[in-house]
Design a protein around this ligand. Structure first.
Ligand code: ADE
Length: 286
């Protein structure tokens, strides 16, 4: 299968994809490259990034001006984020697209979560995205326009079991709406993509249960997980001129999983929520 978008759609464009060396980020980078963009992939670990870049280079089409470059960056560190933007501009002369995909979390109920763990997840997912947006604006997009896509998660019903990332991504969602208005006169569009359960090898390695994704299939409305390419397609659409009047919005790529509940239920024997009743409800002891 090839990209559904027209060949050469992003020829001459310059994109940054944070978290571009693995999973969803790598799929986004692959599609942008395939469509002709120069793509800077960024993540903390340089060796994995270079490996990904070598693999991604194979998707560059003959006669395309696309290129892939790696710039290691910890998005929590302002100086490193500044360097990511400056390196991109000095290599390719501009930044047309910024895809804020870098992030991460671990499974834990809040009752077991250390303050350090909470802060680390909020720092990466919320503050890291803020820094990338701010520096892209300051160093290029403020004067020249551009398009930003923030990858968040489906946290429409909270995110029990991973509340740190739910809170951080809700922050990114709200930041996106604010920036859509603040930066519209600079010619910048900024939107979110909210993936549901998306299978990738990296995601599977991140969680302790190796069969987690397979088990989730049966509770998903589509009876399957999403693919990284299905997320990349939504990102490519939002970056493209077809989305010229779309800003401040979120596309759910989730096979309607955000429209059903019961993905997470506390163990039945541990539910002790006191009931309030003064005229005798179904569980009244009056
Ligand atoms: N992916 C996960 N954590 C990250 C970080 N701190 N910087 C960049 N990419 C990341």
């Amino acid at each position: 299968m090839k990209s559904v978008f027209r060949a050469g759609l992003f020829e001459g464009k310059v994109a940054i994809v944070t978290g571009g060396g693995t999973g969803i980020g790598k799929a986004i980078a692959r599609e942008l490259l395939y469509l002709g963009s120069k793509v800077v992939i960024s993540a903390r670990k340089e060796d994995r990034l270079q490996q990904a870049a070598d693999e991604l280079a194979r998707y560059i089409q003959p006669s395309s001006t696309a290129e892939v470059k790696t710039v290691p960056c910890n998005i929590r560190e302002e100086q490193q984020v500044t360097n990511l933007m400056e390196e991109t501009i000095s290599s390719y002369g501009k930044i047309d697209f910024l895809v804020n995909n870098g992030g991460g979390q671990f499974m834990s109920p809040v009752s077991n979560m250390s303050t350090k763990g909470w802060k680390a997840v909020v720092d990466t997912n919320l503050n890291g995205t803020f820094l990338c947006c701010k520096e892209a604006f300051r160093l290029w997009m403020g004067d020249n326009g551009g398009s930003i896509v923030n990858i968040i998660v489906d946290m429409s019903k909270g995110f029990p079991g991973m509340a740190h990332t739910g809170a951080a991504r809700a922050g990114v969602h709200n930041l996106t709406m604010s920036l859509a208005v603040e930066w519209i006169s600079n010619g910048i569009r900024i939107n979110c993509v909210a993936p549901g359960v998306i299978y990738s090898e990296t995601a599977a390695q991140n969680y302790s249960d190796p069969e987690l994704f397979q088990k989730l299939n049966s509770v998903l409305p589509a009876k399957r997980c999403g693919t990284t390419e299905e997320v990349a397609g939504a990102v490519s659409f939002l970056l493209s001129p077809a989305a010229a009047y779309i800003t401040g919005t979120t596309i759910d790529v989730d096979g309607a999983s955000s429209k059903v509940s019961l993905n997470y239920l506390p163990p039945a024997d541990k539910c002790h929520l006191p009931e309030y009743t003064w005229c005798g409800g179904p569980n009244s002891k009056l």
